[in-house]
Ligand binder design. Structure first.
Ligand SMILES: Nc1ncnc2c1ncn2[C@@H]1O[C@H](COP(=O)(O)OP(=O)(O)O)[C@@H](O)[C@H]1O
Ligand SMILES: [Mg+2]
Length: 324
């Protein structure tokens, strides 16, 4: 098992909609290993956040439902975990940071109090003075300048980049084994984004937490991840090491995403290409390969039955009839 800490097995998730229950995630499987960063990439609407929320058992209720599959945290199946055990799972075992920290921070409490709460909750052995020390130490660790001033601020009084640092500090305070980062830098401008990514890399080296890093941006995957899983319209289309994916992308969707990443070795006027069309909505999924109607290589059989995921090289799998 080469030290797998989290194994998602054939996960399928549905939502109640006006057209009935529709699948948002279908038959998704991947492993997260101790200490690694696994990327989950795909355009908006591909099922990345639904996958993450399933792992945290935070799907909107009662609309969202896990229909099938297992999510094994070591030997425990999160899908079947009793509700009473969930508070011990969230934060302590698996922490999550979101694209927009304002959704997770409480607007009416000062930053310092919110960070302290995490310590009180997950490290009950610490007394108030020890918590105060830990809060200062962790704000320092996430490189928040003038931490004393920031402690007394309300979330809306600090910048988006600082709020994301506070979120990361709160996530780390519980010393989780796994950190899920769902587009943590998408809302930030480029300079701040680079700082946050560098911070996350350093913290991972320091804490050894495994990270599931979710983004629509392959450029960010290249900087952050060891391995990568590409999702399209609720399914996995390709999985590989980052190296193999960039050296030899196989799925036409992956190639399309790749063409949209700016490259340093290209002349500055080279236009970036985008994949034409959009991700199909839940009610209008094509019966065969879900990428068929956007694919430059589409064949007749792609429209009838979905291509299975196949290992085409060591640890490199793809779901595409071009490689069958
Ligand atoms: N609460 C919900 N009710 C109905 N459909 C939803 C809900 N949340 C997400 N979806 C649908 O599930 C699909 C996957 O969404 P999501 O996981 O948020 O995509 P991503 O994070 O990759 O952008 C999309 O088609 C989205 O519209
Ligand atoms: Mg999302």
């Amino acid at each position: 098992m080469n030290d797998t800490i989290l194994r998602v097995e054939q996960l399928s998730v549905s939502f109640a909609t006006e057209q009935g229950r529709l699948a948002a995630v279908e038959d998704v499987s991947f492993d997260l290993r101790r200490g690694e960063t696994l990327g989950l990439v795909g355009e908006s609407g591909c099922g990345k956040s639904v996958t993450a929320l399933s792992i945290m058992r935070l799907l909107p209720q009662p609309a969202g439902r896990i229909e099938a599959g297992r999510i094994l945290l070591e030997k425990t199946d999160i899908v079947r975990m009793p509700a009473a055990d969930l508070p011990g799972l969230r934060g302590r075992r698996i922490a999550m940071i979101f694209q927009e920290p304002m959704t997770a921070l409480n607007p009416v409490h000062r930053v310092g109090r919110q960070v302290a709460e995490v310590f009180h909750l997950h490290r009950p052995e610490l007394d108030d003075r020890a918590v105060a020390r830990e809060v200062m130490a962790i704000l320092d660790k996430v490189r928040i300048p003038e931490p004393q001033a920031r402690l007394n601020a309300y979330p809306h009084q600090i910048s988006g980049g600082m709020r994301q640092r506070v979120m990361i500090a709160m996530a780390l305070a519980a010393r989780p084994d796994i950190l899920i980062a769902d587009e943590p830098t998408t809302a930030l401008d480029v300079t701040i984004q680079a700082q946050i990514l560098s911070l996350m890399r350093d913290l991972q080296a320091d804490t050894g937490a495994a990270i599931l890093f979710i983004t629509h941006d392959l450029g960010v995957i290249a900087e952050m991840c060891d391995r990568v899983t590409v999702m399209y319209a609720g399914r996995i289309v390709e999985s590989a090491t980052v190296r193999a994916l960039f050296d030899d992308p196989l799925h036409p969707y992956t190639k399309g995403l790749m063409a949209a990443v700016p490259r340093l070795d290209w002349p500055s006027k080279t236009p970036l290409t985008t994949i034409e069309g959009t991700v199909p909505g839940l009610g209008v999924m094509p019966p065969g390969c879900r990428f068929a109607n956007r694919c430059p290589h589409v064949m007749e059989r792609c429209r009838h039955s979905p291509p299975p995921l196949t290992e085409v090289a060591e640890a490199h799998t793809v779901a595409c009839y071009l490689y069958r």
